[in-house]
Design a protein around this ligand. Structure first.
Ligand SMILES: [Zn+2]
Length: 163
């Protein structure tokens, strides 16, 4: 099962323009839905959207395995956290940087620490490229939806082999 962090990150990646869809971050209502899991309760101002978009695009390239983790580290360098200790718990408290970017950073950190970042991938269908979370044990899922993308590709491959 995809965790809350995984679902929120996949939704963020799918807010980008792909497969003919518009950039959801350009639409205040859509942006609010995408960013709510990261603590944004109102449509964010355009000045903040640019920074969030840049982080998103870096994450897309990492999901596509064409990106560089050092770029993400640099992008998130403005998000600084302190430990908040209590007797039976410890939490990170953000002290500087955009709060949504900070929450995105924490969600990605969770996935990386769990060893689950590699489950966040882009659909192998070149005209789709929707991001998805592969929760299979074998981690071999290639399409966001077997029905929509995998089947078509398989039928095409089967036909090609038959010729
Ligand atoms: Zn697809």
């Amino acid at each position: 099962m995809a965790t809350g962090a995984a679902t929120a990150i996949v939704d963020l990646l799918n807010s980008r323009p792909y497969a003919g869809l518009a950039d959801k971050l350009d639409d205040p209502a859509a942006a609010q839905l995408v960013l709510r899991p990261f603590g944004q309760e109102e449509p964010p101002p355009a000045s903040r959207i640019e920074q969030i978009r840049a982080v998103r695009d870096t994450l897309v390239s990492l999901a596509d395995e064409s990106g560089d983790w050092a770029d993400l580290t640099a992008r998130l360098s403005g998000s600084v956290f302190n430990f908040n200790f209590e007797a039976d718990s410890v939490r990170l408290r953000q002290v500087t940087g955009d709060p949504v970017v900070g929450r995105v950073a924490q969600a990605v950190a969770t996935l990386v620490e769990e060893g689950n970042w590699s489950r966040v991938r882009l659909c192998a269908n070149e005209i789709c490229r929707e991001a998805f979370y592969d929760s299979t044990r074998s981690r071999t899922r290639r399409w966001h939806s077997y029905e929509y993308c995998g089947n078509k590709v398989n039928v095409a491959a089967h036909r090609a082999r038959g010729k």
